[in-house]
Design a protein around this ligand. Structure first.
Ligand code: 5GP
Ligand code: ZN
Length: 113
């Protein structure tokens, strides 16, 4: 997607602080962190949001969760962490390339905050 911010980040056209990369997944630091650790985990292919996951593209989403699990283990996040994907504007999605916020390093409230 030519006009997509996160596609540009994957291609290196916009700089980002890379945390992890493989053939299909890219992980980088959120520019406005809301926790001491705030990563964005994205597929390199453009999927705009959660309700566009299909049988055809769900393999990369499964792999994203393998990556999150490995990162959490490697980073020693024994006290817990949170993964969030906002789907659609009403839910707070502002960048329409699917992403999973990986948040850690503080207490998290529920349902808010
Ligand atoms: P959303 O609001 O769609 O769930 O999350 C989008 C996230 O992308 C926000 O947390 C925002 O801070 C982050 N973000 C927006 N623009 C950029 C950017 O240019 N670089 C990085 N690293 N993060 C960004
Ligand atoms: Zn994109």
């Amino acid at each position: 997607m030519a006009d997509c911010l996160f596609c540009k980040i994957v291609k290196g056209e916009i700089p980002s602080k890379k945390v992890y990369e493989d053939e299909t997944v890219y992980v980088f630091e959120d520019i406005e962190p809301t926790a001491p650790i705030h990563y964005l985990v994205i597929p390199k292919e453009h999927i705009s949001k959660l309700d566009e996951i299909t049988e055809e593209n769900s393999g990369v989403i499964a792999h994203i969760f393998e990556v999150i699990s490995k990162l959490a283990k490697d980073m020693g996040l024994k006290d817990g962490f949170r993964v969030v994907s906002n789907c659609g504007a009403q839910a707070g999605q502002s960048v329409f390339h699917i992403h999973f916020h990986m948040l850690a390093g503080r207490e998290f409230g529920w349902p808010a905050g």
